[in-house]
Design a protein around this ligand. Sequence first.
Ligand SMILES: *Cc1c(COP(=O)(O)O)cnc(C)c1O
Length: 220
Amino acid sequence: MSIAENIEKFRQELPEGVELCAISKVKPKEDILEAYETGQRVFGENKIQEMTDKQADLPEDIQWQMVGHVQTNKVKDMAPYVSLIHAVHKMKLLKEINKRAKQNERIIDCLIQVKIADEDSKFGMDADNLDGFFDQVDEKEFKNVRIIGLMGMATLTEDESQIEKEFKSLKEIYDNYSERYSQFSQLSMGMSGDYKIAVNCGSTMVRIGSSIFGPRNYDK
Ligand SMILES: *Cc1c(COP(=O)(O)O)cnc(C)c1O
């Protein structure tokens, strides 16, 4: 199936209220344009340099979202245009985003990445540390960042009950903080392999790469 057909399939399948973030990392600009022609405007990348190169050449109304692990010293390159940062995992990074957003006279939307997977390789904050983190956020009153929800990645496993357990735990945490923060509106969870489970567990945003654009070839 073509990129356009894949996107159409997701539009029909995803329930109302679940946003589709098309993950275009590694893929060429022509592929992004093909998706754009169908009306898709939300794209996700995981490298700041690559996203910035694409952003410079592609239509201005694309909403570029950073879904990958962010290095603090590269925040300034995306601060002028990034529409959502999915994976904030520490205070130092949030501070830097706030500083760079201020320089650009912007307010940047962020999600806090919570570690739900049973894998050491995955980034994110331990659920146990979230309370302390949010207390600090409240105290510092960052004016140029807005935390609008949480993001998580499940363990890469065939065991669907484990994936479900992890997504459910994140949804529970999300619901808790939603009571404290009225601006909470996004729970980013689910990728090509596990988005159905994520949607059933209450995801509001799925991040789909290979099921739209095909497998990624990293050797090119
Ligand atoms: C690459 C990536 C995705 C998309 O993965 P697919 O399995 O290709 O859908 C989603 N989220 C993050 C954080 C990614 O890095």
